[in-house]
Design a protein around this ligand. Structure first.
Ligand code: DAT
Ligand code: MG
Length: 140
């Protein structure tokens, strides 16, 4: 069965959105295979997670945001879960995310020079899902 990796980001946990996000996963019929609250994520782990973005000018605020508070991380499974979870999340920018999506319903638009805080993460391909599951859950 296909699996994907997701994060409820610090804004989602702080704003009390955990229940509503998990409800959508359950409602959609996906299986929660793993679920862990990580109270403090290291900068090193976030840099590895976002390895393709580390060099970007907007990246330092993202690192700061992602290490600013507890996150909930997990694995969900089901048919076509990678693509479907991305659809359920909505697009990256809160102001462009459609109503009905998690980001479109909950994410607050960022001010200038602020990190985009968009409530959730989801792996964007089978390759990313495998890499991210190993990074976050397997002993190194
Ligand atoms: P997504 O989270 O939709 O997969 P991504 O992987 O391209 O988007 O980027 C990861 C996070 O980094 C994203 O949720 C918000 C931030 N980000 C991406 N592109 C950005 C940009 N051009 N300016 C500011 N922040 C950005
Ligand atoms: Mg991404």
């Amino acid at each position: 069965m296909e699996q994907t990796f997701f994060i409820i980001k610090p804004d989602g946990v702080k704003r009390g959105l955990v229940g509503q996000v998990l409800k959508r996963i359950e409602q959609r019929g996906f299986t929660i295979e793993k679920l862990e609250l990580r109270s403090q994520v290291s900068e090193e782990l976030i840099d590895q997670h976002y390895q393709d973005l580390v060099g970007q000018s907007f990246y330092p605020p993202i690192r700061e945001f992602m290490t600013s508070g507890p996150v909930l991380v997990g694995i969900i499974s089901g048919p076509k879960v990678i693509e479907t979870w991305r659809t359920m999340m909505g697009v990256t920018r809160p102001e462009e995310a459609l109503p009905g999506t998690i980001r479109g319903d909950f994410a607050k638009a960022a001010g200038e020079n602020q990190a985009i805080q968009n409530v959730v993460h989801g792996s964007d391909s089978e390759e990313s899902a495998k890499r991210e599951i190993a990074l976050w859950f397997e002993e190194k």
